[in-house]
Design a protein around this ligand. Structure first.
Ligand SMILES: *[C@@H]1O[C@H](CO)[C@@H](O)[C@H](O)[C@H]1NC(C)=O
Ligand SMILES: *[C@@H]1O[C@H](CO)[C@@H](O)[C@H](O)[C@H]1NC(C)=O
Ligand SMILES: *[C@@H]1O[C@H](CO)[C@@H](O)[C@H](O)[C@H]1NC(C)=O
Ligand SMILES: *[C@@H]1O[C@H](CO)[C@@H](O)[C@H](O)[C@H]1NC(C)=O
Ligand SMILES: *[C@@H]1O[C@H](CO)[C@@H](O)[C@H](O)[C@H]1NC(C)=O
Ligand SMILES: *[C@@H]1O[C@H](CO)[C@@H](O)[C@H](O)[C@H]1NC(C)=O
Ligand SMILES: *[C@@H]1O[C@H](CO)[C@@H](O)[C@H](O)[C@H]1NC(C)=O
Length: 523
């Protein structure tokens, strides 16, 4: 044990810092921290102290964190004693994590989706995923900032990552960089080691886009793998909670803990769900590409023909990556287009589903809160009207999507029923399923912000893993030079094991994250 630990220290020796006993929090993985904890080199109290200092140091500029947990040190102390007496409960024992501000914690912290409307309200219990994290011994260190209401309040956002409570958050890679959203703070925090891992939520792109922009790994699980109970919703049809972290292994470790059945979320009761109790078994290093059959979704994703825009540099990086996968033993089907991709780009079905769901789902969420008068979407709209001074900004000038949602007429409307069917047809039957079946593929490869929609409407998993950084070549605006971008793998329901295997194989073959140190990371 000691030997492994000192080898681990050596790995980061160039960055030896006495203030953190040689632990480089920017690059230390959960397993490395766990070794340091087990060998008594550090304590969870140390970790909490260091992470809180790091948050303090950068948060004024980056605004990645909305609140920290006033009890974190006390909790860490208890977990340190417990480790001494009985050993660690899990690989997350004593490990601090930040969670997006739409995930309920029944403690001293607020859960507000970034809005003043819910400040001071009390949640009935921890969210399902928080219950599992705490049971595993993780420390909930604080609430990460986000695009307010998970970017669902307005279609006129000029930039993601803004909320009334959190302010405008920024990427740590470039000055005032757009962090993407809506799990903006979760992405930024994981990218610069403000906690060992974070949780985000995704309805369509809200984990994979900020993960991509932060050069970290983000996984949106199949809808129903992780509980959404206690999560401020957009849509029970599409929402999913997932891990964001520096490495694929860390994402796998956190997924293993947070996934599972929850009586408060019916989607987790799906009898077809595949829940391997060990996700790290899928991580095979660069061997992981052997015998994998992968398809490249060119049309609508690589070619700028839809609302997904990609630079030539991203395309080149992906083409190189695909060559590498082939060399490492993958069978590549290129192209493996999703035949419905143009129809998906044009279809209003997703919007109809989300607008209809939000009005009902937010009401169900609000019905369990106490210490607030806000009970319905109409109340939220009224609150925003009365508090325009704080709730409206140049980044979010209105609440037009709330208003559109308020206008919907419920689950029985023909429009809704048809939209749900259309989404499943375009996303699954004639979309992802059709492509995977046609070429007998294990997974699909994509790039680009907005490429998540087919997986979103299919309710299927998608993972982002670091692929590269924009440079000044190819007409890139100088200000954007240095922006990270990711590669996406998507597949069928419950194929998280396969997606983790592929992402791990790519990560281990390339180590893109370690190549560039974020400029605005804490000292
Ligand atoms: C939660 O919000 C209340 C205001 O309603 C504030 O007093 C409190 O400090 C907040 N909690 C934390 C942990 O910041
Ligand atoms: C807001 O977005 C909608 C489309 O979603 C557009 O029609 C409208 O012009 C925008 N309004 C402003 C003020 O930008
Ligand atoms: C789960 O489904 C049952 C039966 O359809 C329903 O009565 C119950 O309210 C649902 N629970 C939740 C939390 O959605
Ligand atoms: C999971 O599987 C891996 C590889 O088979 C193994 O090394 C590891 O110990 C397992 N983890 C647990 C918690 O059983
Ligand atoms: C995709 O949608 C955008 C607008 O969102 C439109 O400009 C473009 O023409 C569409 N592409 C296709 C192939 O339908
Ligand atoms: C896509 O369009 C953008 C401009 O909207 C351009 O800068 C970029 O080079 C295009 N990408 C490709 C792959 O042609
Ligand atoms: C909502 O419905 C009202 C009344 O029909 C209409 O005036 C308004 O434009 C609609 N708002 C949106 C955002 O669709």
């Amino acid at each position: 044990m000691k030997l492994i630990f000192f080898l681990l220290l050596l790995r980061h020796l160039c960055a030896f810092k006495s203030s953190t006993k040689g632990i480089d929090l920017l690059f230390s993985t959960i397993s490395e921290l766990q070794i340091a904890l087990e060998s008594n080199w550090i304590t969870s109290r140390d970790l909490v102290t260091w992470y809180l200092e790091r948050i303090d140091e950068v948060n004024k500029d980056l605004r990645a964190v909305i609140e920290t947990n006033p009890d974190a040190l006390v909790i860490a102390k208890q977990l340190d004693s417990e480790r001494k007496e009985k050993g660690a409960r899990s690989p997350l024992h004593g490990i601090p994590v930040l969670v997006k501000d739409n995930i309920a914690t029944a403690d001293k912290m607020n859960t507000t989706a970034g809005s003043y409307a819910l400040l001071g309200s009390r949640v009935p219990r921890d969210a399902g995923v928080i219950y599992r994290l705490r049971k595993a011994g993780a420390i909930i260190l604080g609430k990460a900032s986000m695009s307010e209401w998970a970017a669902f309040r307005s279609t006129n956002e000029t930039r993601e990552g803004w909320s009334a409570r959190g302010g405008m958050s920024a990427s740590a890679y470039i000055k005032d960089g757009d962090p993407c959203g809506s799990s903006s703070g979760s992405g930024i925090a994981a990218s610069i080691g403000l906690s060992a891992a974070t949780l985000g939520t995704e309805t369509d792109g809200s984990i994979v886009c900020p993960a991509s922009r932060a050069s970290i790994v983000g996984l949106k699980p199949t809808v129903g793998l992780t509980s959404r109970a206690g999560v401020i919703p957009i849509s029970h049809t599409q929402d999913s909670v997932g891990p964001m972290a520096q490495t694929v292994r860390d994402v796998a470790l956190v997924l293993e803990i947070i996934q599972g059945i929850d009586p408060h979320d019916n989607a987790t009761l799906d009898m077809d769900a595949v829940r391997p109790c060990n996700y790290t078994q899928f991580l095979l290093g660069s061997e992981g590409f052997k015998n994998m059959r992968l398809g490249v979704v060119r049309r609508g994703i690589f070619d700028n023909s839809s609302s997904v825009t990609v630079s030539q540099e991203q395309v080149n990086a992906a083409n190189d990556a695909i060559k590498l996968m082939k060399k490492l033993g993958a069978h590549i089907q290129d192209p493996a287009d999703i035949e419905t991709i143009d129809e998906i780009n044009r279809s209003a079905a997703e919007l109809t589903v989300l607008n209809t769901d939000f009005k009902q789902d937010i009401k169900a969420y609000l019905s369990e809160l106490t210490n607030t008068n806000i009970k319905t979407l109409a109340d939220l709209i009224q609150f925003n009207r009365e508090h325009q001074d704080v709730e409206f900004s140049k980044y979010m000038i209105n609440q037009n999507q709330f208003e559109a949602s308020e206008n919907t007429t419920g689950y029985d409307s023909d429009e809704y029923i048809q939209a749900v069917a259309t989404s499943l047809r375009l996303g699954r039957k004639e979309g992802i399923d059709y492509t995977l079946d046609k070429y007998k593929l294990d997974a699909l490869i994509m790039i680009g912000d907005g490429a998540s929609t087919a997986s979103a409407i299919a309710r299927y998993p998608i993972i982002s893993v670091p692929l590269g950084y924009l440079t000044k070549q190819n007409g890139i605006n100088e200000a954007l030079s240095g922006t990270p971008f990711g590669m996406l793998f998507t597949g069928r329901a419950w194929s998280e094991g396969t997606l983790l295997r592929l992402a791990h194989a790519f990560e281990q073959a390339t180590h893109i994250r370690e190549k560039v140190r974020p400029q605005f990371a804490p000292e």
